[in-house]
Design a protein around this ligand. Sequence first.
Ligand SMILES: [Zn+2]
Length: 147
Amino acid sequence: METKNLGPWQIECDPELTRSLYAANAVESTTPCTCSACRNFRALGSGAFPPSARAMLLDLGIDPAVPAEIYENGPNQAGSLSCAGFFHFVGRVLIDDREAIATSEAGVRYFIRRDSELVPQAFANHPVLQFEFEVLLPWVLPEALLQ
Ligand SMILES: [Zn+2]
């Protein structure tokens, strides 16, 4: 386990183990979700998150391409789509500022949760944290973004 500071949180995590679990889960995962928010997210590829936020996810061992959950909070006036979701990673919280709702990295709002949902089977038997995020994504699908 290594210690990291993420905004107001100090955590212990195991990026190498997390990376191997993402690789294992890719093998066992089922058909990807076909809703428009998920298809738009996948179409953005490595451009879905700004470089520094993407680097933070990779540093935790998370594969930024495969959130456990993603949902949309609706379009903004500029035609971008507000999306939120979460990833799992192996770790424990050491210091938790309970007053903190979220903090941001390059415009991506995020927070670390001890309670986790929809945990992939590959993560069973490990201490799991949930990295929740909210990001404004450009709409790149050919179909119209419903206002
Ligand atoms: Zn979806």
